[in-house]
Write a protein that binds this ligand. Sequence first.
Ligand SMILES: [Zn+2]
Length: 694
Amino acid sequence: MSETAETTAAPEVNPLLAAWQTPHQTPPFAEITPEHFMPAFERAFADHAAEVAAITHDPSTPDFDNTVTALERSGKLLTKVSAVFYDLVSAHSNPAILAIDKEVSLRMARHWSPIMMNAVLFGRIALLHENRASLGLTGEQMRLLERTYTRFHRAGAGLTEEAKKRMAEINEQLAQLGTSFSHHLLGDEQDWFLELGEDDRAGLSDSFVATAKAAAEERGMAGKAIVTLSRSFAETFLKSSARRDLREKVYKAFTARGDNGNANDNNEVVVEILALREESAKLLGFPTFAAYRLEDSMAKTPEAVRDLLERVWTPARARALADRDELQQLIAEEGGNFQLAPWDWRYYAEKLRQAKANFDDGAIKPYLALDHMIEAAFDCATRLFGITFAERKDVPIWHPDVRVWEVTGPDGRHKALFYGDYFARPSKRSGAWMTSLRDQQKLDGGTAPLIINVCNFAKGADGEPALLSPDDARTLFHEFGHGLHGMLSNVVYPSLSGTSVFTDFVELPSQLYEHWQERPEVLQKFARHYQTGEPLPEDLLRRFLAARKFNQGFATVEFVASALLDLEFHTQPASASRNVRAFEQAELKKIGMPEEIAMRHRPTQFGHIFSGDHYASGYYSYMWSEVMDADAFGAFEEAGDIFDPATAKRLHDDIYSSGGSVDPEAAYVAFRGREPEADALLRRRGLLEEPAAA
Ligand SMILES: [Zn+2]
């Protein structure tokens, strides 16, 4: 054949819409570019809308399968495209992705409102819900029906047409405002840095300076050294820099994020969000957004949340005030003639800790190499749950720093893929989180999950391994605990999978896992010196563990103040907080906030509660979960073995694998045999007087 070969342009294939020919059908990140997203979302919205329409107008009598299960099956493409997109938005964005994010958040609200407020569809669900006792459902199906009914009901499916119309507008505006809030925050964090000249490094460790150099290089300033506003970076600087003037600069920049009166200012965004949330709660028949939000939680009411927070606040504040006096005395002893300021607290607390516990973070860091701590987190999971990890190099990733492990179950079968994205970079938002590219479920043959942990650890410079601070190591275990919640999930229905639980329950698997990280059995085995391989010396280990309870007044105060402010924002009329800064000041005064301590998150940087609804009036959740995790670990201590097989099996069955398939309170009681004891939290934080030895 001698035909002229004609080059025909291959039809443009959108990798987001094609079947993925990758290991375990993982997203082919290298092939995906920003322009693929909008067309893929369009298709996904259209597919999902058609699927939901078919369910809504199904002529057959509503039953569990043709309504509830059918809804579970719908929207696969939307779930798939969203997972990839939001992973990039958070962990590796660029201006093109952020521009699409703005459009997608609006489109997402426009897509979901008519579904969640569809009266005919809700009629089918409500009918099933009414007759639920006679449907012959399994426990998980019953839970799914209840959750589905509750979700639609709480979204406004039962409202009048007029109220629904307004609700849809509110949802759109809130979606856009939440996106603006997080973009502003990212913008303020990306814009700022402090250059450290040779004379500006007093008190800083070599490893910190190396990190500061790596950060400069990351921003195209090779050869220089900079401090950025990444939390662990800024906090380490505040802890160690002997330069009071520079500490003040970093502290002020860190606490001013989103509050700089520039294009990234979040004050007005907060005001608008709070007004819209209040309006939506009222449309739904609740006096406040907090009352609305908390109805669907373990805590149930704002009063229950306030009770817990105040019970912790009082002893924590007392401890912080006593600590403050001690820090002031230390300043005086050193000949300092100034009053302790917020940018001094971490620095002098660290000095005091070194003096009292003879311990500083710098001494232990060489024993906390990232790789060793990953190994430790994996090993604990192996010992508790029988799962094993093997690194894979053939799975596509979104950034060269990302690592992937295959997780194998105790039965030798593939269980999950685990992605670890550990290092800070400008394209990543601050904080640490777990998310997924695909959730576990057992419908239609089932799927194994693709679970992600993202952190913002500082990279080691010049080929040195990354060394973690004790807080970083704890964060690693925390996020890995969330990761296990996703990886061990063993439910039938996708919407009940893994971390799809109440917000005040979701921190239990993560915070509980932190307990293993600080156990001598674990540290002795995995905390080895990164150069010599020698294990953590006994004496240093002892001092490290003793130092853990140090400065807990401060840590508790900075957290609880943020949680209380979150509650006030959402229980008081929105009109009360039109001047966000004045509201913040007045509330802090009311609770007697020590002036030398800043909230962990000031309003304009409080992404938990303003980037989206998820933790809105829900920041207390960490503490609610902590009541349980402090109490839950006691089960292992009582068994006399932190890997006790029988306790671990209950933990697996009742907590880590059950996702949202059971009521969380029932799940906890099944595991522990009783309700949690509230004082375990105060004891763990060292805020209870230890009873005198008998
Ligand atoms: Zn968490």
